[in-house]
Design a protein around this ligand. Structure first.
Ligand SMILES: O=C(O)CCC(=O)C(=O)O
Ligand SMILES: [Fe+2]
Length: 183
């Protein structure tokens, strides 16, 4: 399930109205998603500022920020039944510029290293995972890798995760690092 324009009240209310048509008690939901997405978008923006700064293109940061939109997604993965194949998620890279993931205490997310090893980790409910997506790979002219990742469920408890995905609206190659610096 995904919510477009997740850092605007219109976006979160649109979603709540679709999920609970005619209901008027879902305002708490829109407000909760809005405040979560807004806070996590500040983390995303801090990472973007660091990236722009480290490549010496900080002067382009404001226009990038103005054209950023956020998608919020909630996920639930149940534990596998006996002898059942993986019930998690297939390996993929994200289409986003940056993805910020947060989850409960049940492990399952694995990230593929550049040398092809799948790496799992012990999750912490007070940590966030920040990952580059395909749009950042393209923006950086292949300097920043968008890692393959997947969810492999082995525990019986359900795994809950939420993701905030940033996207750049309506921008093409004219706003990539190559266009800024020629490399
Ligand atoms: O559930 C997770 O932690 C990962 C989800 C994911 O990879 C995605 O939604 O693109
Ligand atoms: Fe993903």
């Amino acid at each position: 399930m995904g919510i477009d324009n997740a850092i605007t009240l219109e976006g979160t209310e649109d979603f709540a109205n679709t999920m609970w048509p005619g209901g008027n008690d879902h305002f708490w939901y829109s407000k909760t998603v809005l405040s979560y997405s807004t806070l996590v978008s500040e983390l995303e923006q801090m990472v973007v500022r660091m990236v722009f700064e480290s490549y010496g293109v900080y002067q382009h940061h404001d226009s990038h920020k103005d054209s950023t939109t956020y998608l919020f997604r909630m996920m639930k993965y149940r534990g596998p039944e006996k002898n059942e194949a993986n019930v998690g998620g297939d390996a993929h890279t994200d289409k986003s510029f940056i993805t910020v993931l947060h989850q409960n205490h049940v492990s399952g997310l694995q990230v593929k290293s550049k040398d092809g090893q799948w790496m799992g980790f012990k999750p912490s409910p007070s940590s966030f995972i920040v990952m580059a997506g395909d749009a950042l790979l393209g923006w950086s002219n292949d300097r920043i890798n968008a890692p393959f990742h997947r969810v492999v469920m082995s525990e019986s408890e359900p795994r809950y995760s939420v993701g905030l995905f940033s996207f750049i609206k309506g921008r093409g190659k004219e706003s990539t690092i190559k266009a800024y610096c020629g490399v």
